[in-house]
Design a protein around this ligand. Structure first.
Ligand code: PA5
Length: 450
């Protein structure tokens, strides 16, 4: 279902180096599966494809059915792992320019602090039937909390005491401000398992409810993840493409590469790239270590970043995510006058041309000193996307262990929050406030002098 089809073609990494890593991989595998490695309390995602029980899934499907029946729009409020997973799956598996009959529009809020966005959202949907799914595991993250306060009051104005029937909260079973609020207001709730962190939570109600509302079969998605689990839980790296991918990344990093580009040739995969960036960036970037995850969408970006990839600093590896099967048979028509000189392509499908562009680019980048791996999925459907999610999560966790970091925490995210709370005068941050304002003043002075 998922293959790593092309690896180390430019002999950047030799066989001995790969052999030597096998020992480290075996340890990482053992630590992860025996739940004794760093962050072991947050490895519940490994079992999700098996433990998502019928009752939970039925509840999600029933709620999704209700929303599909009554809503024109579902606003999903959340940030980071609380929205990127559902957005990735929905953009991969639903039409780009229209909605299927019966499918509400899914829009996202609370993933930044821009007021104009919310004002435009309120204006755009003032005559639509709206439901809201507010998602926060901690229940205290400032971006979704602020957005939800505004959305809640907008919903109250529109629906009065019925507003609470249109709001669903996905949060921790017992802790956090959102849990308390949901109970006070009588919202329906879904639980984020305590042993699953945000960026590993797409196969929990965090991702599954919005995905089901979009009309995607969540059972097929989970079955795909289940099949992937059988494949990517194998200890033997020779049989496990997720571990081969982790090995490729790790050895490239050890040999001085600092950036990994995820390259796609299909616009519907752009959401997967965004989700992947968060998964790898937050999991690995700590203790001064880690490949920086960046994404490119080809062939679009061959006309912007392509020049750098080909001839710029040799910092990168490239991982191509390819969908093998033809998803459209649109072909280039023959033209009587051939003024654009394209008749040599007539009869060829855009898929065929895109695949040739991919082969040509991969070869060129390899020649330009950018080692490439290619992850291939057979087709773009719920089963394959479910498998891809598990593949990337598994490879990420093992990569983190090979790197020697805890792939399940994100302590660095606290630094900006501390500064922001201090600058905004949050009670309890008075001391930091003075310190930070002093630092900002010094910065202003330095800037004024230079
Ligand atoms: O991966 C993570 O844990 C984070 O990116 C969180 O998902 C993000 O910070 C949002 O957190 P919360 O769901 O607690 O609001």
């Amino acid at each position: 279902m998922i293959k790593l089809t092309k690896l180390f073609t430019n002999s950047f990494i030799d066989v001995e180096e790969h052999q030597a890593l096998k020992h480290d991989l075996a340890i990482a595998h053992q630590q992860l599966h025996s739940k004794v490695g760093l962050g072991a309390d947050y490895t519940g995602w490994i079992d999700l494809p098996l433990t998502s029980n019928y009752r939970n899934l039925t509840q999600i499907q029933e709620k999704a059915h209700e929303i599909r029946e009554h809503a024109d729009v579902l606003i999903v409020v959340g940030i980071g792992g609380s929205y990127l997973g559902s957005k990735a799956v929905i953009s991969a598996l639903t039409p780009t320019f229209f909605r299927k009959p019966g499918s509400p529009q899914i829009v996202y809020a609370g993933n930044h602090l821009d007021g104009e966005y919310l004002e435009e959202m309120f204006e755009s949907y003032k005559y639509h039937s709206v439901y809201v799914n507010v998602i926060s595991k901690s229940g205290t993250t400032i971006e979704p909390a602020i957005a939800f306060r505004l959305i809640r009051s907008w919903m109250d104005e529109r629906y009065g005491k019925n507003a609470s029937k249109r709001i669903i909260a996905t949060t921790d079973a017992t802790h956090g401000a959102l849990r308390e609020l949901a109970e006070d207001e009588g919202y329906d709730t879904f639980i984020v398992p305590s042993d699953v962190g945000g960026r590993y939570s797409v196969l929990t109600p965090v991702g599954l409810l919005p995905i089901a509302v979009a009309g995607i079969d969540i059972i097929k998605l989970l079955n795909g993840a289940k099949e992937a689990k059988q494949q990517f839980d194998l200890a033997d790296v020779n049989q496990n493409a997720a571990y081969q991918y982790a090995a490729f990344r790790t050895l490239s990093y050890r040999k001085g590469k600092t950036i990994e580009l995820l390259a796609t040739y299909h616009p519907k995969l752009s959401g997967i790239s965004e989700w992947w960036k968060q998964l790898y960036g937050e999991s690995e970037g700590k203790d001064g270590k880690g490949l920086f995850p960046a994404a490119v969408q080809y062939t679009t970006d061959l006309h912007s970043l392509g020049q750098y990839v080909q001839e710029g600093r040799k910092l990168m590896i490239e991982t191509v995510l390819n969908v093998k099967s033809q998803h459209s048979y649109l072909s280039v028509p023959k033209d009587e006058y051939d003024l654009d000189g394209l008749n040599y392509l007539s009869g060829k499908t855009l898929h065929e041309i895109n695949q040739k562009a991919m082969q040509a680019t991969t070869l060129a980048h390899e020649d330009g000193g950018v080692p490439t791996a290619m992850i291939e999925i057979d087709r773009l459907d719920a089963r394959h996307i479910g498998a891809l999610i598990y593949f990337f999560q598994k490879a990420c966790a093992v990569s983190g262990y090979l790197l020697g970091v805890n792939p399940f925490d994100q302590p660095g995210v606290e630094s900006y929050k501390r500064n922001m709370f201090a600058l905004l005068g949050k009670p309890g941050f008075e001391l930091e406030q003075e310190e930070i304002e002093e630092q900002l003043n010094q910065y202003r002075m330095v800037n004024a002098i230079t």
